[in-house]
Write a protein that binds this ligand. Structure first.
Ligand code: BEZ
Length: 213
């Protein structure tokens, strides 16, 4: 297993999923991607998580993000569990779940943390950009379900900062003012950010979010 770091190419793999065999890079195509693992099928927190992701389909689509889940259970188990998710979470699971029975993908992405559990994957999240680069990684324990509003928020930040010379401050939400990146001299800001800016300190310059009308 190689350590994955931000900026690395997301390791490619071919795997069985609830929607057939996928080659990860081909499946991603030109989209952004979220690969997220959960400990096991037919478990309560995971059921709510996958239901939530399915209900957020339109939000992921708007952002050009394809979502794929993973657990170490098999395809048949995934199919049975998806029925339960759809029934109990009032949704339709419409993204693939990788059946990583041999642990190949979990190993590749370091999703098994033996001091947490020797066999089951933790709740890993990898956000991958449209050039297949890993842009963000978050890891939660089995006992803590993820906040998928936070995942949408970080995707908004990643996509904004990929195209504009801004960074997003603490607790930023889409639409809030942004930080001008330190590499831009204050004298150059008006030409780059015509909406204006506020110099709070020479190193802290705020500007309205540039990609909004
Ligand atoms: C769950 O998804 O509910 C869960 C899975 C493994 C351990 C604890 C909770």
């Amino acid at each position: 297993m190689a350590t994955i770091r931000l900026g690395d190419e997301a390791p490619n793999f071919t795997a069985e999923t609830s929607e057939g065999t996928i080659n990860f890079h081909e499946w991603l195509g030109d989209s952004w991607g979220i690969l997220f693992s959960h400990p096991a099928d037919y478990t309560p927190v995971c059921t709510t998580e996958l239901g939530t992701v399915a209900r957020y389909t339109d939000e992921f689509k708007k952002r050009n993000v394809k979502v794929v889940a993973l657990s170490v259970d098999g395809v048949e188990s995934h199919h049975g569990w998806i029925k339960d998710i759809n029934e109990t979470q009032n949704t339709t699971v419409n993204f693939p779940i990788i059946a990583d029975e041999d642990g190949k993908v979990s190993e590749l992405y370091d999703m098994i943390h033996p001091n947490a559990d020797s066999k089951l994957t933790v709740r890993s999240v990898f956000v991958i950009d449209n050039n297949k680069k890993v842009k963000l990684m978050i890891t939660y324990p089995a006992s803590t379900g993820r906040n998928f509003d936070e995942l949408l928020r970080v995707v908004d930040s990643l996509q904004l900062t990929a195209y504009h010379k801004v960074a997003t401050p603490a607790n930023w939400q889409n639409g809030d003012d942004c930080v001008v990146v330190p590499a831009i001299a204050t004298a150059d800001i008006p030409a780059i950010f015509p909406k204006g800016f506020t110099e709070v300190k020479p190193y802290l310059r705020m500007t309205p979010q540039p990609n909004l009308d």
